[in-house]
Design a protein. Structure first.
Lengths: 273, 135, 494
């Protein structure tokens, strides 16, 4: 297998290198890729869309149709992880901790459920005493991370950022919560159903904004016909982009959390990392 | 040799991307462990991202955010925008998509690996093949 | 309304999202939502086809931007035909699937329909788009959904088969993406027509050559051309029946469409057949695919697996026809996309009905099936005749064009392979008929309750009606082949 793999790799590599022979030099401002379309985008985008961040302008407007399906890909991945892993059966074994004494109980019969409250607490199998410092720092940090995520989404038109980046940052704050406390804390705060619905709603915001353009008399995704609906018709394209970016952000956040929760807990949603 | 060297220097990140990509491809074909294969897959996809981003680069140009418009989007200050000052935004847009796709694929592949592990208690390919032929 | 081209793709996507929400709130709503979405899509596809036939190619600008800047849907006769094919088959299959989804994935039916619709969205988008990169994104949607589906069907072996499918699928898609990157680097554009306009000036460039090879390898991996077919049999036979029935006829055919689109529209015949000298090699590869597919099908003991190898064989027909380099061969290949999709669909519908009743379809389980499921078997026989290429059915006509094309070019090996594969298919299917017709019912084999006399145990009526309808359409499409060739394929090739 290794020899075969090596031969395949050498052949493919040679083919690719042969193709690079006639490439323009790296960074050449006169290369075809840098003059044909790119110049049009750079010179016209600000005027046409009122968005100075050209990447956002191209992403959410000129090639917004791509981005819509990209969001659908994200949604698809979340749904696939849920379908593959989610296991609604109860777990057989449970661990509890007697809070006053610190004694750990291992219950093998799934029917015996100890009431969790003041005296007993749920516990994971691979439990390590969580550090007060870690918990406190994360508790302080998480709100700031989330505000930063919102800023990245909202300011995507003017500075590097946008729905995907903001969504990932927001999602990672949720994952940080699950890591610093435990998975149950996260699952208790955000129900699975909520995540599932928001993932779809996020994409729906995008597709919805795009689809509304059709009865308004434009082509699919043509934000300019939405001018009568918004308060600032001059910036209608920028506002349309902001709208779809918010949808993207919601979908990405929800899907990040769905993927994380399902993979670390092997679909049981009971204990994880 | 004297001809080849400037050729490589002028295009060195295209050469780098090919090498990276081949490392990934080799891992995907030759490695025995499924997780190592997944890591190979990720390297493979990242190499393509390097390739695309290299296309977008222009010497003496900056990131594609129009600077004159900062501070207030109104009126779009009519200071002329020179295409030579900004790098090509399109490859970045395409790669944003490709990154998202590769993350999504990786997530699904991880979920599949978890399922395989739940079923067979191993992720080594030769052991898996043995288990399958036993039945 | 001018928005039909967008609606074809957007309606199933919207339906998928609503079905995904409904799955959490009221699962029973998912199915009607899915039906409505696909009905709108099919209706739009019909309207689009009629418009294209009446007034020529449609250009639909997404977001209103002119083509090289924005993404454009460019729908000509070939697209319009494949779009109608895809949405129609997906719609019919959805109606036939209600019971079998209930049987196989009852607790997650809502999510199943969501994935199903996303898959259809991907296929339709791949077919409709006029943009090289958009094509890649949509290919990835179809791939991701099919990875999930393969793992869902067979709980035991599905995940591993699916993981192997992921590895191969990612290599295929990445090669295509890389090919697009090379094209973009040398032309600076992603729109198919724009690229096609720039390429002739770059005829001798090694970059274009590598781009072409990379795109072709990527597409071949995705369509499972012979040496790259290893993922297909496992992936298709392990996925849930309701999904297999759609993925088997459509996925490979849409990829063949992508290959033809790249060859005809982007790179152009002149470049492929005059500048490059690889057409003969590819035709040989196709010949090999046909023979290998046939031989491997002979070795199978499971009906579903056997049919998947026949798909491998059929891909050889279409690739060979498209690379013949003459009008007859291309006509045959395009006609075969249509015919093969309907044939395979009919076959898998019949097999789906059998699986619904029998649970597993090893050849030995099929004993006495003619008595038990007469209508299903009639559909199966019709579809089998079509695959073999018996005259009034549609399979005959496309094979006829393919053979004529091969003879015109002097590729006698390809023509011989076509005839040999027909013989192999005949042997295969008569073996199945023999088991189903002459051998007595197995008594108490596997199942608890044994039947002393042959009782008719047909599949539910919704499944039977669709099976009957599709099987009859085999003959109808066969009889109207001349019309299809004259109104759609020949004007397209002009």
């Amino acid at each position: 297998m290794r020899v075969l793999a090596f031969i395949i790799v050498c052949l493919t590599g040679a083919l690719l290198l042969y193709g690079t022979g006639e490439f323009p030099d790296w960074g050449d401002p006169q290369s075809p890729a840098s003059v044909h379309l790119s110049n049009v985008y750079i010179e016209k985008a600000l005027e046409q869309t009122q968005v100075p961040n050209l990447v956002t302008a191209v992403l959410a407007d000129y090639r917004g149709f791509d981005t819509m399906f990209e969001t659908a890909v994200v949604f698809c991945a979340g749904l696939a992880c849920f379908l593959l892993l989610r296991d609604f059966r109860e777990k057989k074994e449970r661990y509890y901790r007697h809070t006053p004494t610190g004694v750990i109980l291992h219950v093998k019969d799934s029917k015996k459920i100890i009431k969790v409250g003041k005296e007993f607490a749920h516990m994971d199998k691979n439990w390590v005493p969580s550090d007060l410092i870690i918990k406190s720092v994360c508790r302080i940090l998480i709100p700031f991370i989330q505000i930063y995520a919102l800023y990245v989404v909202a300011h995507g038109d003017f500075s590097p950022g946008g729905g995907f980046q903001g969504g990932v940052i927001f999602g990672s704050s949720l994952i940080l919560l699950a890591i610093s406390y435990d998975l149950k804390t996260l699952v208790r705060r955000i129900k699975e159903k909520v995540l599932g619905i928001w993932a779809a709603v996020g994409v729906l915001i995008y597709v919805g904004i795009a689809a509304i353009c059709m009865p308004m008399g434009g082509n699919f995704l043509d934000y300019s016909v939405l001018a009568p609906l918004v308060w600032d018709p001059h910036h209608v394209r920028a506002l349309g982009m902001l709208g779809v970016e918010i949808g993207v952000g919601i979908a990405v956040t929800a899907v990040m959390a769905i993927i994380y929760i399902n993979i670390v807990s092997e679909g049981r949603h009971e204990e994880g990392l | 040799m004297t001809d080849l060297l400037p050729l490589i220097v002028a295009k060195y990140n295209y050469w780098l991307y090919v090498i990276l990509m081949m490392i990934g491809l080799y891992a995907m074909i030759a490695k025995n462990n499924l997780i190592k294969k997944l890591v190979g897959m990720n390297i493979f996809q990242t190499a393509i991202i390097l390739f695309y981003v290299s296309i977008g680069y222009k010497k003496d140009a900056t990131i594609p955010i129009i600077q004159s418009a900062h501070g207030g989007g109104h009126g779009a200050h009519e200071a002329a925008i020179h295409a030579a000052d900004y790098i090509n935004p399109l490859p970045h847009v395409l790669m944003l998509t490709a990154i998202v796709v590769s993350v999504a694929t990786f997530g699904v592949a991880m979920a599949l690996a978890v399922r395989v592990y739940q079923r067979y208690q191993t992720l080594e390919e030769d052991e898996l093949r043995m288990r399958l032929s036993e039945k | 309304m001018d928005n039909y081209p967008a609606l074809i793709v957007v309606a199933p996507l919207l339906a998928a999202l609503f079905a995904g929400i409904a799955a959490w709130i009221e699962e029973r709503l998912s199915y009607p939502i899915a039906v409505i979405g696909l009905a709108i899509s099919t209706f739009s596809a019909i309207m689009t086809l009629m418009t294209v036939i009446a007034s020529g190619t449609i250009h639909y600008r997404m977001a209103g931007w002119a083509p090289p800047m924005g993404i454009e849907y460019r729908i000509d006769l070939l697209n319009a035909m494949v779009l109608l094919l895809v949405s129609g088959i997906a719609f019919l299959n959805l109606i036939a699937s209600y019971k079998s989804v209930e049987q196989e994935t009852s607790d997650r039916a809502g999510s199943f329909y969501t994935i199903y619709l996303l898959f259809v969205t991907g296929l339709l988008g791949v077919t409709a788009t006029g943009d090289l990169f958009n094509l890649y994104v949509l290919i990835e949607i179809t791939s991701l959904t099919s990875y999930a589906m393969v793992a869902l069907g067979d709980k035991d072996r599905g995940p591993l088969a699916s993981l192997n499918y992921v590895f191969i699928g990612v290599i295929g898609a990445s090669f295509y993406l890389l090919g697009v990157g090379y094209l973009y680097l040398i032309t600076g554009s992603l729109n198919m027509m724009d690229v096609a306009g720039i390429l002739p000036a770059l005829k001798g460039s090694s970059t274009v050559l590598v781009a072409f090879i990379l795109c072709m390898i990527g597409v071949w991996i995705k369509m499972a051309l012979f040496p790259m077919h290893v993922w297909l049999p496992n992936a298709y036979s392990y996925s849930p029946v309701a999904f297999a029935r759609m993925v088997a006829p459509l996925m490979t055919k849409v990829m063949v469409y992508v290959m033809i689109r790249l060859m005809v529209t982007v790179f152009g015949f002149e470049y492929i057949f005059e500048t490059l000298n690889i057409a003969d090699a590819v035709v040989w590869l196709a010949t090999l695919a046909i023979l290998a597919g046939g031989v491997m099908a002979l070795a199978q003991k499971n009906l579903k697996k056997m049919l998947t190898y026949i798909i491998v064989c059929e891909i050889g027909y279409m690739v060979g026809g498209a690379w013949m380099g003459n009008q007859l061969g291309m006509t045959g290949a395009i006609l075969h996309i249509l015919n093969d999709a309907i044939m395979t669909f009919a076959l898998f519908l019949a097999v789906g009905n059998m699986v619904y009743k029998l649970k597993k379809v090893d050849l030995t389980d099929l004993k006495g099936l003619f008595g038990k499921m007469p209508w299903t078997m009639t559909g199966f026989v019709l579809a089998a005749f079509s695959i073999i290429g018996v005259p009034p059915t549609c399979g005959f006509f496309s094979k006829w064009y393919l053979i004529l094309g091969a003879l015109e070019k002097g590729a006698y090996h390809f023509a011989a392979a076509l005839i040999i594969s027909s013989l192999i298919c005949a042997v295969l299917f008569f073996k199945v008929f023999e088991i189903c017709f002459f051998e007595p019912m197995s008594e108490g084999h596997g199942h608890g309750e044994s039947h002393s006399q042959v009782a008719i145990e047909e599949a539910p009526i919704s499944m039977l009606i669709i099976t009957g309808f599709v099987s009859l359409s085999l003959i109808v499409v066969g009889l109207y082949s001349g019309t299809i060739v004259n109104t759609i394929i020949l004007p397209f090739l002009k």
